[in-house]
Design a protein around this ligand. Sequence first.
Ligand code: IPE
Ligand code: IPE
Ligand code: MG
Length: 229
Amino acid sequence: MAKSEPVSARHVAIIMDGNGRWAKKRHLPRALGHQRGVESVRRVVRGAREMGLEALTLYAFSTENWRRPEEEVSDLMSLMKRFILSDLDEFAAAGVRLKIIGDYKAFNARRRGTGQGAVARTAGNTGTTLAVALNYGSQDEIARAATKAAAKGPITPESIAAELDTADLPPLDLLIRTSGEVRLSNFLLWQAAYAEMMFTEVLWPDFTAEHLRQALEDFSTRDRRYGGR
Ligand code: IPE
Ligand code: IPE
Ligand code: MG
């Protein structure tokens, strides 16, 4: 069969990994690695917008990341809150729709309020959707979705998919993980069924919009067969 025309990705997800190792290599505190990681988020969100991606899903905090020392968890929480608040004006002006996936019930009322306020403010935007995964675990997401689906009728792949946190996003095209780890760490297990995967040694604080552009270019040359031929 003739190779299909290059296609562009609509939905890209990134496991932003390697902040700790980035800091360690420089004998800097981990918190600084996370701070620099936020700079990468800014660059990549801008890039995604400019490249016309419909959706970018970023893994910011997993259901397993609560196992980290309290100080690191609290550093991460305040960084994320500050990021959302400081960049909200830019998102709003640039047409970015902010979305939060994961189980928000774990957060206190004040944090939930901040998140929900930011989401509400950009809800009418029609540009790139930025989905931030907070207290996100794919197994938890599937269990929540299956519970909702079962309450409505028979459980089928479609009825579960319709209840996933990502139900309103385009199908996942490309999943990128930085820092050389080759695993999914409980991220988008269902959605990754036919996603293309890309693993790079680049540590997240070193990841730029140019890396994203290259990943999209690589994606456009892949032959996705979905089990057919
Ligand atoms: C990714 O960097 C950030 C989060 C998981 C929140 P890490 O903190 O996992 O960095 P490494 O893997 O220890 O280098
Ligand atoms: C995955 O990275 C979670 C996020 C990037 C938020 P981890 O660093 O927590 O993953 P493991 O523990 O190495 O699998
Ligand atoms: Mg890590």
